[in-house]
Design a protein. Structure first.
Length: 202
C-alpha cells in the first residue's frame, strides 16, 4: 500500500530525528511560555530579593520579562545569571535607565531594556518585520506600548485564521496567549542562534 506524500514526508522527518536542535529549542521555549498560562495569574512589578542563580518570584505572579526568563530556563538558559555575568564585565554597555552604579542580580533580568541589550549582544536580534511568516514559535518579541512602556513576550505555535502568530505575555493580568503580535509597535525580534555568539567587549 502506498502512503500519501505528506505521510511519507512525516515518516522521513521522524526517522531523521524529527527536528533540528534549534527547532526543538524553539518548540520547548514556546511550550514553556504556554505552560505559564493559568499558573501565572497576576502581575506584580515589586522589587524582591531572589535566590541566585535560577532565582524567581512565585510562579503565580510576575512581570512580562518573567515569561521570557521562565521559558528560556527550559532550554538551559538562566537569564538572571547570564545578564549578571555580562553586566559585571560590561556594565556601561547596558541601559542606564535606573540610576544604578553596578549590576543588581535581583532585578536586572526582569527589565525589558536589559533583556533586549543582552539578546543583541549575544547575536539573537533578527530585526523587526511586518510579515507574520517571519515570526516562528519560540521567538521573542519586544514592543513599545501606547503609553511608551517597554513590553516583551514569546511567540506561540498558535496562529490566527489569517496566519498571524499569537504570543504569550503578561500585561497586568497574568500570563495569557493572545492575538496581539501587531497590537503595538514592535521594537525587537529575537531568536536563539544556532551557534550563540559571545560578546568580546562593550
Amino acid at each position: 500500500m502506498r502512503l500519501p506524500h505528506a505521510l511519507l514526508g512525516l515518516a522521513g522527518l521522524l526517522g531523521a530525528g524529527s527536528m533540528h536542535a534549534d527547532e526543538r529549542d524553539r518548540a520547548a521555549i514556546a511550550q514553556a511560555a504556554l505552560g505559564q498560562v493559568g499558573r501565572t495569574t497576576s502581575y506584580d512589578p515589586a522589587y524582591r530579593r531572589l535566590a541566585f542563580p535560577n532565582g524567581d518570584v512565585p510562579i503565580d505572579t510576575g512581570v512580562c520579562a518573567d515569561v521570557v526568563v521562565r521559558a528560556l530556563r527550559q532550554v538551559g538558559i538562566d537569564l538572571q545569571a547570564e545578564l549578571n555575568r555580562d553586566m559585571r564585565a560590561h556594565f556601561a554597555a547596558y541601559p542606564a535607565n535606573w540610576g544604578l552604579s553596578k549590576p543588581d542580580r535581583n532585578i536586572d533580568h526582569r527589565r525589558v531594556p536589559n533583556l533586549r541589550r543582552w539578546f543583541e549582544r549575544r547575536g539573537w536580534s533578527l530585526g523587526v518585520s511586518a510579515d507574520p511568516g517571519d515570526y516562528l514559535a519560540g521567538d521573542i518579541v519586544s514592543w513599545r506600548l501606547a503609553d511608551g512602556r517597554p513590553h516583551i513576550g514569546v511567540v506561540s505555535s498558535r496562529r490566527s485564521v489569517g496566519g498571524r502568530p499569537w504570543v504569550v505575555h503578561n500585561i497586568a493580568v497574568g500570563a495569557r496567549e493572545e492575538d496581539v503580535l501587531f497590537a503595538w509597535s514592535i521594537t525587537g525580534r529575537y531568536r536563539r542562534p544556532d551557534a550563540p555568539l559571545v560578546p568580546s567587549g562593550p
